[in-house]
Design a protein around this ligand. Structure first.
Ligand code: PNS
Length: 167
């Protein structure tokens, strides 16, 4: 039986390279349902991210600075091990479209096999964010397209700074 006195902690893992308004929508929904939600940024040494881990942490911290039940952290290794270390019970993942489902289903079942005590909860973002991905944001911005309204202002500013530094 669930312990009613134990805080319900959710972990929202991802690359967040960069954070989008779709991610923000999911974090806000999670923060309303769970006692707290930990935005867990994967430190992936193999991938070459556009934003450093530190920058990605700063962006999330900045957006959620007035939300005490939203925390940001980094992790490496197995997600389920991190979830256990944080004494969390739930992994939150966003589902934008049917195309997300297959890979998310695989990850959720693998994570359940690795640790049956951890459950995955899927949340749908608002419709206007269903087509946004970090990859598309980076591509559109690098080709001169507008991304305002799709990412927080701090991300847009940092994208511009990175572009300026390259020129
Ligand atoms: O934002 P992303 O890139 O879709 O997030 C993917 C993430 C970080 C959730 C996934 O790659 C992950 O959990 N990596 C940690 C390693 C791990 O536990 N792998 C097995 C999960 S099935």
């Amino acid at each position: 039986m669930a312990d009613r006195h134990r805080p319900r902690v959710a972990v929202y893992p991802g690359s967040f390279d960069p954070l989008t308004n779709g991610h923000i929508d999911i974090i806000e929904r999670g923060a309303r349902i769970f006692d707290s939600i930990v935005v867990a940024i994967l430190v992936n040494v193999e991938k070459a991210p556009l934003f450093t881990t530190q920058e990605r942490v700063e962006i999330v911290k900045d957006v959620f600075r007035s939300r005490p039940n939203v925390e940001v952290d980094t992790f490496d290794g197995l997600l389920v091990d991190y979830v256990t270390r944080r004494e969390a019970q739930v992994i939150v993942r966003g589902l934008r479209a049917v195309s997300d489902f297959e890979v998310e289903f695989q990850m959720a079942l693998m994570n359940r096999r690795l640790d049956p005590a951890v459950d995955t909860v899927f949340m749908m973002p608002a419709e206007q964010y269903t087509y946004i991905s970090s990859r598309l944001i980076k591509e559109v911005f690098s080709l001169g397209g507008r991304v305002s309204g799709l990412v927080p202002e701090s991300v847009e500013r940092r994208l511009r700074e990175k572009q300026g530094a390259r020129r």
